[in-house]
Design a protein around this ligand. Structure first.
Ligand code: FE
Length: 332
């Protein structure tokens, strides 16, 4: 709808009295409509503030924000993965926000230290194994999947996906580049098949017996389990005696050239509140970032785990190093 706004019309909107113009927020969202619309509708009901939005993939939305510069109609960017949020912040399209509410609702490791973005939901990237061919005691860490005992038994999603780039970036942050490269080389040697285009295909390969273990975001496991309740797969929480499970976020920031910055910040604060967090996380079977809010019943049933406490910002900072490392290691 926004793309039909002509410059003259956009200018006219800016001339509206402040009270009228701050009763709306314009959002660019890389999260699907089905995941954000119910929340925005509720926000409008409660506050009278209209939320207009467009949805697209993370890359095109960021390019659009950069190209529009100060003319952008967007007040807020919602996207997934700390790598993408980091790029948006580095690209200069997000404003620094200082808010005691956001700082109380979002743990420090799940937001930008400069306040340019804040996690809205937490996702865990963990192991999924075949309950037919693997005992949970055979599994331990991400690093252990490089051990020759897993030769021909590992499936992975492609290294092109930002989720795996972030995972490898945190390996670099924790273990250094040399050790991280050894691990990734070990994974590649253990692959039973060429990397898959998505997490679901990798799990289906495990279920079908093509391999025994893979690494996925838990909400994909949740979706598959919902469709096939008796599927011969289970989740495993690795690195429980060391770094914890690799986590990432979906998150949002107020744009640098927001026309309604106060209204955008108020919406962001509400999205991290106890009122909104259960739905924001629950609609995609993710974990709330607000520690006062419990995950939904399906997600809670997967059990508790120790999560990595490294600031997810590191995943962005080391992302290009991770991409180069995976390339050297032959991980396609
Ligand atoms: Fe995803």
């Amino acid at each position: 709808m926004l793309r039909f706004l002509k410059p003259a019309v956009a200018g006219w909107i800016l001339l509206l009295p402040l009270a009228a113009s701050s009763s709306e927020v314009v959002v660019y969202s890389a999260r699907n409509e089905q995941l954000i619309k119910p929340l925005f509708d509720r926000y409008t009901e409660q506050t009278g503030v209209t939320v207009r939005y467009i949805t697209d993939k993370a890359g095109p939305l960021l390019q659009r924000l950069e190209a529009e510069g100060r003319r952008t109609p967007a007040d807020m960017l919602i996207t997934v993965d700390a790598g993408n949020l980091w790029h948006a912040a580095e690209g200069g399209v997000l404003a620094e926000v200082s808010s005691p509410i956001l700082e109380a609702n979002v743990p420090a490791n799940l937001r930008d230290p400069k306040g340019r973005w804040f996690g809205l939901s937490e996702r865990a990237r963990t192991l999924v194994y075949s309950t037919d061919r693997v005992q949970p005691q055979d599994l331990s860490t991400y690093e252990d999947l490089a051990d020759p005992k897993w030769r021909g038994r590992l499936c992975l999603r492609t290294s092109k996906k930002v989720y795996n780039q972030s995972l490898v970036a945190t390996l670099i942050a924790r273990l250094g580049e040399q050790r991280a490269e050894q691990i990734v080389r070990g994974w590649v040697e253990n692959l039973a098949a060429a990397p898959f285009s998505n997490d679901t295909k990798a799990m289906q390969a495990v279920a079908a017996g093509q391999c025994d273990v893979t690494i996925v975001n838990t909400y994909y496991f949740g979706r598959l389990q919902k469709k096939e309740p008796d599927i011969n797969l289970a989740l495993f929480w690795p690195n429980q005696d060391s770094s914890g499970v690799h986590i990432n976020v979906s998150g949002a920031g107020v744009t640098r050239y927001a026309k309604h910055p106060e209204a955008a910040q108020a919406l962001l604060e509400w999205l991290t509140s106890e009122a909104a967090q259960a739905d924001f996380a629950g609609l995609n079977m993710e974990y709330p970032v607000n520690p006062k809010v419990m995950p939904d019943a399906t997600v809670s049933a997967w059990g508790q785990f120790n999560a990595d406490t490294l600031n997810v910002n590191e995943a962005g900072r080391l992302q290009s190093a991770a991409i180069r490392l995976m390339d050297r290691a032959g991980y396609r």
